[in-house]
Structures are given as C-alpha cells and as structure tokens.
Ligand binder design. Sequence first.
Ligand SMILES: Cc1cc2nc3c(=O)[nH]c(=O)nc-3n(C[C@H](O)[C@H](O)[C@H](O)COP(=O)(O)OP(=O)(O)OC[C@H]3O[C@@H](n4cnc5c(N)ncnc54)[C@H](O)[C@@H]3O)c2cc1C
Length: 471
Amino acid sequence: MTLPRPNVAILGGGPGGYEAALVAAQLGADVTVVDEDGLGGACVLTDCVPSKTLIESSSTMTSLGRSASLGLQLANGANPVVGVDAPALNARIKALAAAQSNDITEHVAAEGIRIVQARGRLTGPHTIEAGGRTVRADVVLIATGAFPRALPDGVPDGERILTCRQLYDLGELPEQLIVVGSGVTGAEFASAYQALGSQVTLVSSRERVLPHEDKDAAMVIEGVFRRRGMNVLGKSRAEAVYRKGDSVVVTLADGRQVTGSHCLLTVGMAPSTKAIGLIEAGVNLDSRGFIEVDRVSRTSAQGVYAAGDCTGVLMLASVAAMQGRIAMWHALGEAVQPLRLDHVAATIFTEPEIATVGVAETMIESGQVKAEVIMLPLVTNPRAKMQGFRDGFVKLFASPRSGRILGGVVVAPRASELILAVSIAVEQLLTVDQLAHTFSVYPSLSGSLTEAARRLMMPARPRAPFGEPAQ
Ligand SMILES: Cc1cc2nc3c(=O)[nH]c(=O)nc-3n(C[C@H](O)[C@H](O)[C@H](O)COP(=O)(O)OP(=O)(O)OC[C@H]3O[C@@H](n4cnc5c(N)ncnc54)[C@H](O)[C@@H]3O)c2cc1C
C-alpha cells in the first residue's frame, strides 16, 4: 500500500521558500510555491544579488585605481578616464538578477513543483488563497521576507530619496550620495558608490561604522573610507530627509544639515507579515512583527513553519535557506539538526571585505566564551604586497584547553572566499594544530590563516615541520 503524498504549500519564493520547496519535492511531497514577484525573491531580484553585482563593478574600479602602483599605465597618462555608464551598469544588474530568477524558476519547475505567481494569504493554518484559488496543505511554510524601513520624516520618492531597492532605476550615478545608516547595507553601498566616483557622506548614529561587527575590522574599514575621501559623520542621528529642488537635505538630531544630490536610507528592515492572515491562523508575532519560531522553524500554529527574514532570526540568505530546509526535514519526518547560529559564516562586501564565522570577540571580552585570540595583519603577507593592498588582517579564536578553533575574522579582498577554511574548521571541530598542519599555497593570503594557527599552537605540544615558509 502506498501512502498519500503529503501536500506542502509555501508562501514566498525567496531562498527561505524555494530552497524548502526543493527539499520537500526531493522527499516526495506535492509542493506549491506562491510568490508575487518572482522566484529568488527579494534576495535575487532587489537585494543581495543586485548589490553584489554592483559591488563587482565597484571592486573592479578600485583595482583599476591601484594600477599605477602596480606599474601599469592606463591610457591618458596621469589622468586615466574610467567612467561609469550608469544606465549600462544598472541594466546589467537588473538583467543578471532576472536571469538568476529565471534559472531558479526553471530548476524548481523541473522538480515538479507548482508555482503560483500571485499575492497570497493564509485563510487558515492549512490553506493559502492566491490568484483566485485555494491551496490546501498538510504543511505550510511562511517565507515572505522583509522590506526596507524608511524614516518617519524621510519618505523615499524613488528619485532622490531612495531605499536600496530603488538604486538600480537611476539614470545617472549619484553625484553626492548621503547614506543614512552605517550598518552592513549602508557600509556596502557607501563603499561601492565611493569607489564608482560618487562623493559619499555616511551618516552614522553610532561612534563608529559597523557598530555590531568586529571592532578591529570596523576600524580598518572606517580608516579606508576616510582615506578614500568619504565624509564619515559619527554620532550623528538623521532625523529627517527632504527634497529641495534637485538636492536632498538631511537634518541631523543636533540641528546640522547635510546636503547632497541623493539620499539612500539604510535604516533596517521590517517583516512582511501584515495582512496575510497570520494572527487569524494562530501564528504568533513578536512586538516588532517578526514571526516567532523555534530552532526547527516551527511557529505557534501546528503544521505552520516559517523561515527567513520574516522571522528576523539572522537576515542572511544562507540562514533563510537553512531555516526553510530544516522546516521541511522536520515536517516530513527526516532526522534534523536544529539551526546553529554560532556556525554561520557571513561577509560584509565592503572594499576590503569583512568575513566572519563562529564566536565574536565581544563574547570573549565579556567572559561568555574562553578563547585565545591571534590577529595577523596582512601587511607582511607577500601576496598582499604583490596585490598592492595593506588594509586587512586574519584573526582566529581558539579554545585554550582543547585548541579547538571557535571562530575567526578575515579582512581582505575576497575575504568571502578565504573564510571557508575557518568555517570548515569551526564546523568540523578542528584544532589549531590541525589547521597549522594543513598545507596552504605559497604565496597566498590563506597562508596567513595557517600561520595564525601555528602561532596559536600550544607551546607544550611538539611543533611539526611545515611544508611552506611563513607568510
Ligand atoms: C541590500 C541587501 C543586500 C544583501 N546582501 C546579502 C548578502 O550578500 N548575503 C546574504 O546572505 N544576505 C544578504 N542580504 C539579505 C538577504 O537578501 C535576505 O536575508 C534574504 O533575501 C531572505 O530571504 P527570504 O526568503 O526570507 O525572503 P525574500 O528574499 O525577501 O523573498 C520573499 C519573497 O516572498 C514574496 N512575498 C512576500 N509576501 C508575499 C505574499 N503575501 N504573497 C506572495 N508572495 C509574497 C516576495 O515577493 C519575495 O519574492 C541582503 C539584504 C539586503 C537588503
């Protein structure tokens, strides 16, 4: 006798939704995804993918800026002209995002998953209404994401006062861009537009940029920003933004005013959880409107799971996808490991990038975690010298008792790629000895990671000979 296929309905087709759909289909469920904007979600269409595509262009600009120091000469001698073709840049970004969304749609459809392109809402814990039809399901997953917040006195108009989702409709590069908010999104866009040639003012309500990130890393980035000519305003809370002809004026809490051609608001994200029948279906929200979930993505309503930004757990595509997969493994009876946030790897795509994984140094400083810390500046690394950069470091945290690697920070160009070695060490419970005994290429930036591990090796333990010289 064959058992009936379980029905799964997913509201929202971002990484939280479509990755869950793929797992559910793999496990034999009959799956429907309801999404109004396109698969890949905001992640692919407006947020992560477009911003990283923009940053790919701005990084190339930064590299071109280093060319003279590398002994290269761009045409036109001392005044090289590398301009930005804003319409072409933005068209590339939008086309790439659309192509990525199409690839995901094709992949999902090929797995036999039904896609309903419409706005949907719960009409009960086991029913979603969308596009004039009702989808009934044994298991429902909510993955509706989040949207950029605005200031009460700073309403985006899509022309000069912008959210991060409106940047790619601009027909020109902002001449003087005021970025309000110095968290991850603000720092990334400030870095990118400064590199592309905008005069950027970064308005930070806190003492330093990236207030929630590794302090040493944030200080490196702030130093780079200032050196490249960015106007960084610390301890400056923006109260209001308004248009004045072809300019924008940002009023700060202390009465100062900053004028520019455009203003980008990066003041956080709000969950897309309103008016979709959640409360009526028994799904609890917290005081900020995020869906409350446990570590296997269950909500307060039986059979209803939630994943991604709408839960506010950690607003990253990788976390959204993992929450969605965990939900399906749990709902469909697979063995599942609850979500572990202390193993999440993340990158801030400034120039240079900041990549982190595992425990943070603040946890060590507060006594919450016992760990030894080593930080190696990359200025002495031969590969860094060859590449012509000086701003960066690698940092490792290791247990003083077991030598286990508990986390790390890399500040370097492409730190997002370098962090994988530390991520594997954290996930696989490797010790500093094991990382130290691992071959790295000479010369390489990753060589500084193995060298950091060597320096953390317990003095009492015998030191083995190494295959490569110190980096
Ligand atoms: C500028 C920016 C850059 C970022 N860069 C990175 C990065 O580099 N790396 C990283 O890991 N993360 C990054 N993030 C975060 C990442 O984009 C999010 O964590 C991720 O998109 C969350 O995925 P999700 O599935 O929860 O929701 P989303 O990607 O927001 O998708 C939600 C989907 O649900 C649909 N939807 C919502 N309500 C309904 C409804 N009622 N009916 C039908 N459909 C609905 C929406 O149309 C959307 O398609 C960035 C975020 C921003 C803002």
